[in-house]
Design a protein around this ligand. Sequence first.
Ligand code: SF4
Ligand code: SF4
Length: 465
Amino acid sequence: MEVAAKGSENINQPEKSKRKWVYAKKPAGKLYNYRQVVGYSLLLFLFVAPFVKINDNPFLMFNIIERKFSIFGNIFLPQDMHIFLFGMLIIMVCIVLFTAVYGRVWCGWTCPQTIFMELIFRRIEYLIEGDWNKQKKLNEGPDTDAKAWRKILKHAVFILISFLISNLFLAYIIGVDALLKIITEPVDQHLGGFASIWAFTFVFYFVFAYVREIVCTRICPYGRLQGVLLDENSVTVAYHVSRGEPRGKIRKNSDEFRGDCIDCNLCVHVCPTGIDIRKGTQLECVSCTACIDACDAVMDKINKPKRLIGFYTQAEAEGKETVVEGKKRNTRAIVYSCILLVLMGIFGAMIFSRTDVDGRLLRAKGSTYQFRDDGTVTNLYSLELINKTTKDIDYVLESDDKNIQIQIVNPISHLPREGNAKLSLFLIAKKSSIKEYKSNIKLNVVAEGKVIETMKTTFIAPPSK
Ligand code: SF4
Ligand code: SF4
């Protein structure tokens, strides 16, 4: 997708340095205010979620080492991998649909990388070194004591915050309890954990102090996929070419026709990825909307309508979208949004309908019915119960058919936390009660008076005459 406009320089980047360091002007405006509300709320959630417990389980935990996940306090063990993989698939479909309709809004508004970078690290930089032009002057100026102190202070704060993020990251991976042990117990008992905290601290510090926007523009696979995820109907942050061009400085007493863009370059100065959105939609744009705010402020000053830069499709930005095309696009957005809601609903239902105990009831291999002398007939089964919770469970087995009795060969009534139990059992029925050759049977696992798992099987015996 390319919305071309007359080229302009990325003037907030020094020309000679190997890497073009981006000095982004401090953003301000309505959208930035909304972004702050969204971003700081997400940060609060991010910092609180691993510490909140539901049923003694973390609200969120992604322990990839032990393949144990906790989502909304529901523990997912390797046995639940199918739910987890299906969930991942749903999330991927959601990302594709969402991006096709709304562009890269996730990146600019909710991605942790952007939130940490723009709402924490860059704000600290503004506080210590000033706005973009002061930072540039400081970096390009002579080495003085004042400069050294500012740099030391900034990087010390960066390392401190990176240390906090590293702890937070580990809290999500190994859980808060394991993290607290690493922090509170002697270092020699947790050398691996201690080394991990510092390794991640320096990774985060390096990312936020030096790598920065390169994560979004070159490293992130989602960013690289934009080319295939976006199409001409996707709404992205775009410059309204037909309204803005031909751009040019305001000249008094000039009859020459000019577009609304006064070529002030403020949209370029505020861009955290250092691009000029007037050159057309680019992979580097993370849809942070800082340029929309900047341009809106300019339009206000020169008494022109806002949204010279805004959320537009390619046709809209070029002033070519017809009413029919607009309606089609809106219909597509509504349909995709509905699909998104349905998929998220399915994922939510899968998570909340998941049982604490998994049971696998199978007829014993090669067995058939057997008659007993007391006038009953039996079928032999093997049963495996898996406890997916972090609590021990005492249970009993019950049949929902009063004519069926259960005889457990190796009675086990205790399921250890995250453990399993393997049983052999007979289902027993009176010969006189058998109505058909194959009857459907349900067995319930009952704990604390509640049915926590139901298993289905069949009972085979010749019907009584
Ligand atoms: S902020 Fe608006 S007016 Fe200024 S250069 Fe950018 S598009 Fe043109
Ligand atoms: S072009 Fe605008 S929306 Fe895109 S990254 Fe730059 S400032 Fe953000």
